[in-house]
Design a protein around this ligand. Structure first.
Ligand code: HEM
Length: 127
């Protein structure tokens, strides 16, 4: 059985462009975050290289690629940051813009965002 949103015999990971494109998306996202004072403040004490690696492995994992995300669960990774819907929506918007900049087709973009959306509850749980 194949879901209607998926082309025949390809994983979302492949339709995203695999590791090369995911790494490029993460880097593009980092520039957008760096340019937004309201968002970049949250990353003041973050090792950006480790964050980029961890996020790329999560995007690979969640898109059925050959990776396993081994970082902390989303509630603990974002606990007590004081995140609001505004921050959450901003980051999702930047991720979509980063995927567009890397020429990822609309269907694949929306499918990835759809797989990340349920993380909202976890990310907000310990605010
Ligand atoms: C769909 C939304 C989001 C996803 C999928 C996501 C994913 C992740 C992942 C995978 C990590 C790495 C965890 C680790 O390995 O330690 C992380 C950490 C982090 N996230 Fe998010 N995140 C999201 C939303 C946000 C938002 C809205 C903000 C703030 C505006 C944010 C700020 C951070 C920060 C600052 C860290 C690093 C924490 C540290 O230094 O340990 N995230 N996120």
């Amino acid at each position: 059985y194949q879901s209607a949103t998926q082309s025949t015999n390809t994983t979302l990971y492949e339709r995203l462009g695999g590791k090369t494109t995911i790494d490029a998306v993460v880097e593009n996202l980092l520039y957008r975050i760096a340019d937004d004072p309201e968002v970049v403040v949250f990353f003041a004490n973050t090792n950006i290289d480790l964050f980029a690696e961890s996020l790329a492995s999560q995007l690979c994992d969640v898109s059925d690629g050959p990776c396993r995300y081994e970082g902390p669960p989303m509630d603990r990774a974002h606990q007590h940051m004081g995140l609001t819907d505004v921050h959450f929506n901003r980051v999702v918007e930047y991720l979509d813009a980063a995927m567009q900049a890397e020429d990822i087709p609309l269907g694949a973009r929306n499918e990835l965002l759809g797989r990340l959306a349920p993380m909202y509850t976890d990310i907000m749980r310990l605010q």
